[in-house]
Write a protein that binds this ligand. Structure first.
Ligand SMILES: C[S@@+](CC[C@H](N)C(=O)[O-])C[C@H]1O[C@@H](n2cnc3c(N)ncnc32)[C@H](O)[C@@H]1O
Length: 217
């Protein structure tokens, strides 16, 4: 349920999927939480019992991955360039920050939002970032009907731009002074830009390609 400033994206064509909104307090987010430290994404970015790296989620989207990582204890900077997605995300973060739920408050307290293209971030915005996460849009990978509809709507909204410059975003990320760049891919997709990662963390539907530059602190 949206608590404070509630913004939703509703397609008008018929039949249209239900409204798309960001609600970090929803059941699905709480369910993902049970994966805890074992979540593949946590392993990919290097979360351990003793270590929670500072992260930049350069393709924040609806903020789900960033929220999972913040829930694991990481400080996460989220960067989103699409203005509609940005407003959905901003509303979701504000709503969570206005909640009375301690878990939500603490988790979103570790998240900060930057508007615009990640490649325009300056050294100050990247200060403390040890890992850059990239999740450029790629053909649907999640078999859940609800997520499929959401992703299809997002894909229509974003058009081809995401696919078109994802390799450039990886090039940029690899030039930054970070310990790792992690690319989320569909399980059977080729490596982004044909660039072989140092190692992969594989799930059923997704794969994380990990480009290691140096050891994490
Ligand atoms: C597949 S979605 C990411 C989904 C996200 N991982 C989640 O958990 O909700 C990709 C998003 O990255 C954004 N994006 C793509 N390239 C970007 C860039 N260079 N800078 C900022 N945002 C970018 C797109 O606008 C889109 O919203």
């Amino acid at each position: 349920m949206c608590r404070d400033r509630c913004i939703a994206l509703q397609e008008l064509a018929s039949p249209a999927p239900g409204p798309l909104r960001v609600d970090f307090g929803a059941g699905g987010m709480r369910h993902r939480r049970r994966g805890g430290n074992n979540e593949l994404i946590g392993r990919a970015v290097g979360v351990t019992g003793q270590r929670t790296p500072g992260l930049l989620d350069a393709t924040a989207g609806l903020g789900r991955d960033a929220f999972v990582l913040a829930d694991l204890g990481c400080r996460v900077r989220l960067c989103e360039r699409n203005k509609v997605v940005l407003e959905l995300l901003r509303a979701g973060l504000e709503s969570a920050a206005a909640s009375t739920d301690d878990w939500l408050l603490q988790t979103v307290g570790r998240m900060s939002l930057h508007a615009g293209d990640a490649r325009a971030l300056d050294a100050q915005a990247l200060c403390g970032v040890e890992v850059i996460l990239l999740d450029p849009m790629f053909p649907q990978r999640n078999k859940s009907a609800a997520v499929k509809k959401e992703m299809a709507l997002l894909q229509r909204l974003l058009g081809e731009q995401d696919n078109a410059d994802a390799e450039g975003l990886l090039d940029w990320a690899l030039q930054q002074d970070v310990a790792r760049v992690v690319v989320k891919r569909a399980a059977r997709s080729p490596a982004l830009g044909g660039l072989q990662p140092s190692h992969c963390i594989r799930g059923k539907a997704v794969r994380y390609d990990v480009h290691v530059r140096r050891a994490l602190d």
